[in-house]
Design a protein around this ligand. Structure first.
Ligand SMILES: [Zn+2]
Length: 290
């Protein structure tokens, strides 16, 4: 299904910042062997893994438009941010994100809430922008909703070694300094039709966002999964996981819950259109295009 997705009077739109092959697939999933990868090439290549064996990823945000609010879920990589260990994200200077917002009829002034599924570099970048040499909230009217334990974890890491987490310094702490944060538990219910589901493992207190009513709903996964390969093999952690065993359990719990139902997954890093329904596939799960 291409975007937008309509759920009664709510619509969900995708805002893409980047699409491409950034990481070698075997490095990205450390437990994936060459042998198992070779067995799966036929369904993975070229759409999900390119011919050079690099994982195809989308870097995107989702906008949830309700009659009352415009909500941004995650905030991509952002512009002018030094990311020395990630050349493809270092000092970006792109208008694609803001053009994407404009394409769905919005400017930065129209965003009421930013929901941060977790605090990794490719999800918090547009939280802030550079203004006169200072990092200020990109969305001046927005509250930024973050999990309490997630924020505490990364704040502590930043205090210990700021050079190891530059995105916390330039894209998360300025939100707190500007008093724009709203700190919640990872099972927070924003309202009857927008609820967080705790999906820990990839980070310490990651959440996914369930939108709609049972039978007519969408789960914005965030990074509880990065590739359909982790559907077929839920045990494969990715290289930056906080706890890959817990991430595996999360995938089983959440995909068991939504398997064989009508719930649409918006899987943040899957190549566009990044949507599908979950079906059983051996001990794992398949994403069926809709
Ligand atoms: Zn990510």
């Amino acid at each position: 299904m291409t975007m937008p997705i309509a759920l009664n009077d709510i619509t969900i739109h995708s805002i893409i910042e980047q699409e491409g092959a950034f990481f070698d697939v075997l490095g990205f999933f450390p437990a994936l062997t060459k042998e198992t990868f070779d067995e799966n090439r036929s369904w993975l290549q070229p759409e999900l893994v390119d011919r050079a064996d690099r994982l195809m990823l989308c870097i995107q945000s989702f906008v949830i438009k309700t009659p009352h609010h415009n909500i941004l879920v995650d905030a991509c990589v952002g512009n002018h941010k030094p990311r020395p260990t990630r050349p493809f994200w270092n000092m970006l200077n792109s208008d694609r994100f803001e053009k994407g917002l404009a394409a769905v009829g919005l400017t930065v002034n129209d965003i009421d809430y930013v929901m941060c599924t977790h605090l990794h570099t490719d999800h918090v970048g547009w939280n802030t922008r550079l203004e006169n040499g200072r990092w200020v909230p990109t969305f001046p009217k927005a509250k930024y909703i973050m999990s309490d334990r997630e924020l505490a974890h990364w704040t502590e890491r930043e205090k210990d070694n700021p050079a190891s987490v530059p995105w916390i310094t330039d894209s998360v702490l300025p939100i707190v300094a500007a008093k724009r944060e709203q700190i919640v538990k990872s099972d927070f219910a924003f309202n009857e039709r927008i609820q967080f589901i705790p999906t820990p493992g990839h980070t310490i207190d990651h959440f996914s966002v369930l939108v709609g009513k049972a039978g007519d709903d969408v789960l914005i996964t965030g990074d509880m999964i990065h590739s359909p390969l982790q559907g077929k093999y839920p045990q494969y952690g990715m290289m930056s996981d906080y706890d890959s065993r817990q991430a595996e359990q999360t995938r089983h719990q959440v995909f068991d819950r939504f398997c064989e139902t009508s719930t649409i997954m918006c899987a943040s890093h899957f190549p566009a259109p990044s949507t599908g329904r979950v079906r059983r596939w051996g001990n794992g799960y398949k994403f069926v295009a809709i």
